[in-house]
Write a protein that binds this ligand. Structure first.
Ligand SMILES: Cc1cc2nc3c(=O)[nH]c(=O)nc-3n(C[C@H](O)[C@H](O)[C@H](O)COP(=O)(O)OP(=O)(O)OC[C@H]3O[C@@H](n4cnc5c(N)ncnc54)[C@H](O)[C@@H]3O)c2cc1C
Length: 264
């Protein structure tokens, strides 16, 4: 089973309070903010590696991003992926979720034969949750999102448990397919020292816009149907009220207050 895992490098959430948005370009100013692999994308890699251990085949990690996104790919290789593909070109800059999915789909069609594409359910920075479903549409394959468990009854059929509000839904997918996974699906492995040493001998391929054979107007900002219209700070206000009295009385008063404030 050949599996492509889409991963994205994102600012480390521990440093979110230091993130500044450029008022002119409306993009994140990344200077000084450490970057990590989007956390749930590590679960997607883990899921791919477990499937590869069962069915054999190849796991490829793929990202579209600036040159430093190579580090996220190297982490994927250290975890056990066999090959990595970096889509890096100024022409990709400013892509919204639609243009991102379009570009990833073009690269997968061109360079990555697959039975299964895995993504994270959402990123911690933009978090539109749209890249997976849009990518599946561009690849013209079935998909399931927010999957917390996968059961491959055969190599070609997957029963996916998708988490929905207050429950779950079981979906049967015939491969080729795309699945976006959430954090409940597994515990990602930590790269071993041997895994880290093996990265140097693995293939990390880099492609620009020319290699994709798609019109430039479909890429990056030019290919993005959405634009950031405005930016503003969201100030969170805290209401503070101290309740005194015997615990039972205070508890029911607290519940009443929370209801009044529409907090529960
Ligand atoms: C109008 C607009 C302008 C933007 N301009 C910029 C900009 O200038 N600079 C900038 O950095 N961001 C910009 N963004 C954000 C950027 O477009 C999104 O980060 C990107 O489209 C991915 O969407 P997401 O993070 O919401 O992914 P989600 O849909 O939440 O991600 C789900 C999964 O898709 C996969 N995935 C997502 N992105 C990638 C990727 N790049 N490569 C491989 N797999 C991926 C991962 O598996 C991820 O877990 C802009 C967004 C909009 C709407």
């Amino acid at each position: 089973m050949d599996i492509v895992v889409c991963i994205k490098q994102v600012p480390d959430p521990d440093y979110f309070s230091q993130i500044v948005l450029d008022p002119v370009t409306k993009a994140i100013r990344r200077e000084g903010i450490p970057l990590i692999m989007n956390p749930v994308d590590r679960n997607a890699i883990e899921a791919a590696l477990q499937l590869q251990e069962r069915f054999s085949g190849k796991v490829t990690v793929l990202t579209m991003g600036p040159p430093q996104s190579r580090e996220a790919l190297e982490e994927g290789l250290a975890m056990g992926a066999e090959e990595a593909v970096l889509l890096c070109d100024r022409a990709f800059a400013g892509a919204d979720a639609f243009a991102t999915a379009y570009t990833l789909a073009a690269a997968i069609k061109e360079f990555c034969p697959f039975n299964l594409v895995l993504c994270g359910s959402e990123t911690v920075d933009s978090g539109t949750k749209m890249v997976g479903p849009m990518l599946a549409e561009f690849l013209d394959i079935p998909y399931a999102t927010n999957v917390r468990a996968m059961n491959f009854v055969t190599e070609g059929i997957c029963l996916a448990e998708t988490a929905i509000e207050n429950g779950c839904m079981k979906v049967e997918l015939g491969l080729p397919a795309l699945i976006t996974v959430n954090k409940a699906i597994n515990e990602p492995r930590i790269p071993t020292v041997l895994g880290i040493m093996q990265v140097a001998s693995k293939k990390l391929l880099m492609y620009g816009a020319n290699g994709l054979g798609v019109p430039p107007e479909k890429l990056g900002l030019a290919g993005s149907p959405t634009r950031v219209a405005s930016l503003f700070d969201f100030k969170q206000k805290r209401r503070l009220e101290t309740l005194r009295g015997d615990p039972q009385h205070v508890a029911s008063k607290a519940v009443a207050k929370l209801r009044e404030w529409h907090a529960v």
